[in-house]
Design a binder for this molecule. Structure first.
Ligand code: UGA
Length: 455
């Protein structure tokens, strides 16, 4: 089968990265979005979010003529043999389930313009059962054309998305016909060829719709559980006098456990893990299996508690009085380092750092936030907060420094220099990412999360 022409419907974080990377693999690619400004930016070679390495690939593939962007469904339908649906599935307003309205409008918008056989491949993270529903939508809006559906979840992490798309840990595909299987195979051949050229193997799991959909949410639920597990151990260490970082290292040497995703701190945020574990529970409940996922509620609670812990610790260290709704920080000058949900991203969705900064400000603290990439998004999400121009600016005159996103700029900063800028050399390391010994030697009173202080 010749290489199919690919479209990516929805050029948000996922779709834009996929469109660019598949063009890089040599496919003819068209990216679609209803957002005119986004399409204009991409067409002009500008990536509208922060992702290392993506801009260079975008420009190279635009120049090579393999990659174009459009706001026209008709053009998209006409161009593609395989259409990847990459739109968002946010948390439903006022509920915990997933909002599928973008998937619905993408599929119906596209299907209404199709005139020949094509394959629609879902990539968005969805509740199990969605692929079958998409099949019914296609049957209604593009009847008798031989348009089929497949589901192929993605596992990319923000900040390393280019690598994750070009060199995935696995490819998972839910299909219902040989034709769909062959076409989806052809659409992924570039990834397998790259792997072969680099003497690697990429496992391919071909399965049914439900399993393909569930693999994605199960993987995210497992990752969230792993993080909350280590954060639960942090809670125990704090009262028992242990050290969660050493504990994580020690259990991680067991290959059955593994040492990744065992970083204790302020917990997980972002546009995926928090909403996905809630949507998964809501869907399991609908299906009558709510009890099976009840533990995910606990995972969520542990995660939320870690954010509160920073406030509690800050109050304790600053000697701030408790108030009816939590500690009161009247006038305390606090530098918050980090706003994004993790480093190498400008994404502030459900970011622990930004939420903690806002909570400190609400409780009366004079907060100054600095983030190397997330300030514009942070200012949009929390317009009431004060932002510093630089790391030094944030730390200058602070009575407490809270490191809440583990950016390299913070990890490698000279604690002696920062100590001379701060009013009080007091630091909460909310990600356990600093060299505690070096900071202490430079005169800082250092507190990580998940240990009991010596003093
Ligand atoms: C997550 C998954 O890791 C991806 O596999 C998945 O494809 C993606 O969601 C998605 O569903 O689209 P992402 O949201 O980019 O990726 O971020 P992660 O790297 O998973 O980090 C999530 C959060 O967990 C961050 O706030 C991070 O700081 C936190 N985290 C991570 C910890 O607190 N401790 C750790 O040990 C690891």
């Amino acid at each position: 089968m010749p290489r199919p022409r690919l479209t990516f419907v929805g050029t948000g974080y996922l779709g834009a990265t996929y469109a660019v990377c598949f063009a890089e693999l040599g496919y003819e690619v068209l990216g679609f979005d209803v957002d005119v400004a986004r399409i204009a930016a991409l067409t002009a070679g500008t990536v509208p979010f922060h992702e290392p390495g993506l801009t260079e690939l975008l420009r190279r593939n635009l120049a090579a003529g393999r990659l174009r962007f459009t706001t026209s469904y008709a053009e998209t339908a006409d161009f593609g043999d395989v259409h990847f649906v990459c739109v968002g599935t946010p948390q439903r307003p006022g509920g915990t389930g997933a909002d599928l309205s973008y998937v619905e409008s993408a599929v119906t918008g596209l299907a209404a313009h199709l005139t020949r056989p094509a394959l629609i491949v879902g990539k968005s993270t969805v509740p199990v059962g969605t692929a079958e529903w998409v099949e019914r939508l296609v049957a209604k809006h593009a009847p008798g054309l031989g348009v089929q559906v497949a589901w192929s979840p993605e596992f990319l992490q923000e900040g390393r998305a280019v690598q994750d798309v070009l060199r995935p840990s696995r490819i998972v595909v839910g299909v219902r016909s040989e034709w769909a299987g062959a076409l989806v195979d052809a659409a992924h051949r570039g990834i397998l060829e790259l792997a072969a050229a680099e003497d690697r193997e990429v496992p391919v799991v071909v399965t049914d719709f439900a399993t393909a959909e569930l693999v994605k949410v199960a993987a995210n639920a497992f990752l969230a559980t792993k993080i909350s597990f280590i954060n639960a151990m942090a809670e125990v260490c704090e009262v028992a006098g242990g050290d969660v970082t050493q504990l994580a290292r020690a259990i991680g040497y067991d290959p059955r456990i593994g040492n990744r995703f065992l970083q204790a701190g302020v917990g997980f945020g972002g546009g995926c893990l928090p909403k996905d574990i809630r949507a998964f529970q809501a869907r399991a409940q609908e299906l009558g299996a709510g009890e099976a996922l009840r533990f995910l509620h606990e995972v969520d609670l542990i995660n939320q508690r870690r954010r509160g812990k920073v406030l509690q610790l800050a109050a304790e260290l600053l000697g701030c009085p408790p108030g009816p709704g939590g500690p009161q920080f009247a006038g305390a000058r606090v530098a918050v380092l980090g706003a994004t949900f993790k480093p190498h991203s400008d994404d502030v969705r459900d970011a622990p750092a930004l939420q903690i900064a806002a909570a400190l400000a609400r409780a009366g603290a004079g907060v100054r936030v600095y983030d190397p990439a997330g300030m514009a998004n942070a200012a949009l999400a929390q317009p009431g907060l004060r932002f510093a121009e630089s790391l030094d600016d944030a730390v200058r005159d602070a009575e407490l420094v809270c490191v809440l996103t583990e950016w390299p700029e913070f990890r490698t900063a000279d604690p002696a220099r920062l100590g001379r800028l701060a009013a009080t050399p007091l630091v909460i390391d909310g990600r356990n990412c600093l060299d505690a010994a070096a900071w202490t030697a430079a005169g800082w009173r250092y507190r990580g999360l998940g240990s009991r202080p010596a003093d």
